[in-house]
Design a protein around this ligand. Structure first.
Ligand SMILES: [Cu+2]
Length: 127
Protein backbone atom coordinates (compact mmCIF):
# COMPACT_ATOMS: atom_id res chain seq x y z
CA UNK A 1 0.00 0.00 0.00
CA UNK A 2 3.03 2.24 0.32
CA UNK A 3 5.27 0.93 -2.43
CA UNK A 4 8.52 2.66 -3.36
CA UNK A 5 7.18 2.79 -6.92
CA UNK A 6 4.40 5.20 -6.05
CA UNK A 7 6.61 7.10 -3.67
CA UNK A 8 7.95 9.84 -5.93
CA UNK A 9 4.75 10.49 -7.82
CA UNK A 10 3.02 11.00 -4.50
CA UNK A 11 4.06 14.55 -3.66
CA UNK A 12 1.79 16.24 -6.13
CA UNK A 13 -1.08 13.91 -5.34
CA UNK A 14 -0.68 14.62 -1.64
CA UNK A 15 -0.71 18.36 -2.28
CA UNK A 16 -3.81 18.06 -4.39
CA UNK A 17 -5.54 15.93 -1.79
CA UNK A 18 -4.80 18.46 0.91
CA UNK A 19 -6.17 21.25 -1.28
CA UNK A 20 -9.34 19.30 -1.94
CA UNK A 21 -9.89 18.56 1.72
CA UNK A 22 -9.42 22.19 2.67
CA UNK A 23 -11.76 23.34 -0.07
CA UNK A 24 -14.45 20.99 1.15
CA UNK A 25 -14.79 23.14 4.27
CA UNK A 26 -15.18 20.18 6.59
CA UNK A 27 -14.02 22.31 9.51
CA UNK A 28 -16.12 20.67 12.20
CA UNK A 29 -15.30 17.12 11.22
CA UNK A 30 -12.05 15.24 11.44
CA UNK A 31 -8.59 16.51 12.21
CA UNK A 32 -7.17 17.72 8.92
CA UNK A 33 -3.73 19.21 8.43
CA UNK A 34 -4.09 22.84 7.47
CA UNK A 35 -0.41 23.71 7.54
CA UNK A 36 2.99 22.09 7.88
CA UNK A 37 6.34 23.55 8.86
CA UNK A 38 7.92 21.45 6.09
CA UNK A 39 6.83 23.99 3.50
CA UNK A 40 8.88 26.85 4.88
CA UNK A 41 11.50 24.81 6.70
CA UNK A 42 12.57 21.83 4.62
CA UNK A 43 14.46 19.21 6.59
CA UNK A 44 18.22 19.44 6.26
CA UNK A 45 20.54 16.49 5.81
CA UNK A 46 21.83 14.87 9.01
CA UNK A 47 19.96 17.26 11.21
CA UNK A 48 17.42 16.04 13.75
CA UNK A 49 14.51 18.45 13.85
CA UNK A 50 10.94 19.01 14.91
CA UNK A 51 8.25 19.17 12.26
CA UNK A 52 5.09 21.00 13.27
CA UNK A 53 1.73 20.07 11.84
CA UNK A 54 -1.26 22.30 12.34
CA UNK A 55 -4.61 20.56 12.48
CA UNK A 56 -8.01 22.21 12.23
CA UNK A 57 -9.03 20.49 15.46
CA UNK A 58 -7.56 19.41 18.73
CA UNK A 59 -5.79 16.07 18.54
CA UNK A 60 -5.84 13.32 21.16
CA UNK A 61 -2.10 12.65 21.33
CA UNK A 62 -2.40 9.52 23.46
CA UNK A 63 -4.47 7.85 20.72
CA UNK A 64 -2.51 9.20 17.79
CA UNK A 65 0.54 7.79 16.05
CA UNK A 66 3.07 9.14 13.61
CA UNK A 67 5.54 7.05 11.61
CA UNK A 68 8.53 8.12 9.62
CA UNK A 69 8.47 6.13 6.39
CA UNK A 70 11.74 5.68 4.53
CA UNK A 71 12.99 3.78 1.50
CA UNK A 72 11.76 0.20 1.32
CA UNK A 73 8.53 1.05 3.14
CA UNK A 74 10.30 1.06 6.50
CA UNK A 75 8.03 2.47 9.20
CA UNK A 76 9.60 3.95 12.30
CA UNK A 77 7.42 5.37 15.08
CA UNK A 78 8.39 8.91 16.07
CA UNK A 79 7.63 10.94 19.18
CA UNK A 80 4.84 13.47 19.07
CA UNK A 81 4.09 16.25 21.51
CA UNK A 82 1.53 18.95 21.94
CA UNK A 83 2.42 22.33 20.46
CA UNK A 84 1.60 25.73 21.88
CA UNK A 85 -1.71 26.18 20.13
CA UNK A 86 -4.73 23.86 19.90
CA UNK A 87 -4.32 21.50 16.96
CA UNK A 88 -0.57 21.99 16.89
CA UNK A 89 1.47 18.77 16.95
CA UNK A 90 5.26 18.60 17.16
CA UNK A 91 6.89 15.60 15.52
CA UNK A 92 10.45 14.61 16.42
CA UNK A 93 12.23 13.66 13.22
CA UNK A 94 15.65 12.03 13.59
CA UNK A 95 18.69 12.98 11.51
CA UNK A 96 18.14 11.79 7.94
CA UNK A 97 20.33 11.15 4.93
CA UNK A 98 19.37 12.46 1.49
CA UNK A 99 16.32 10.86 -0.02
CA UNK A 100 12.55 10.57 -0.14
CA UNK A 101 10.60 10.16 3.05
CA UNK A 102 7.11 10.47 4.37
CA UNK A 103 5.32 11.11 7.62
CA UNK A 104 2.37 8.80 8.00
CA UNK A 105 -0.03 9.85 10.66
CA UNK A 106 -3.10 8.40 12.30
CA UNK A 107 -4.67 10.96 14.55
CA UNK A 108 -7.79 11.05 16.64
CA UNK A 109 -9.59 14.36 16.58
CA UNK A 110 -11.42 15.79 19.56
CA UNK A 111 -14.63 14.52 17.92
CA UNK A 112 -13.32 10.95 18.13
CA UNK A 113 -12.80 10.48 14.41
CA UNK A 114 -9.65 8.90 13.07
CA UNK A 115 -7.79 10.55 10.21
CA UNK A 116 -5.01 8.78 8.38
CA UNK A 117 -2.81 10.46 5.83
CA UNK A 118 0.70 10.66 4.46
CA UNK A 119 2.88 13.72 3.99
CA UNK A 120 5.78 13.13 1.65
CA UNK A 121 8.98 15.12 1.70
CA UNK A 122 12.47 15.13 0.33
CA UNK A 123 15.74 15.64 2.11
CA UNK A 124 18.39 17.20 -0.10
CA UNK A 125 21.82 18.62 0.62
CA UNK A 126 22.09 22.40 0.65
CA UNK A 127 23.84 23.81 -2.38
CU1 LIG B 1 -14.72 14.03 12.53
Amino acid sequence: MFSPKSFKAGSLAAALTLGTVLAAGDALAHAVVTESSLKEHPIQVNHATKVVLFFNSNVELALSKVFLVSKGDVHQPVDIARGKKPGEVMISVPALTEGDYALKYKVFAADGHLTEDVIRFKVTAQR
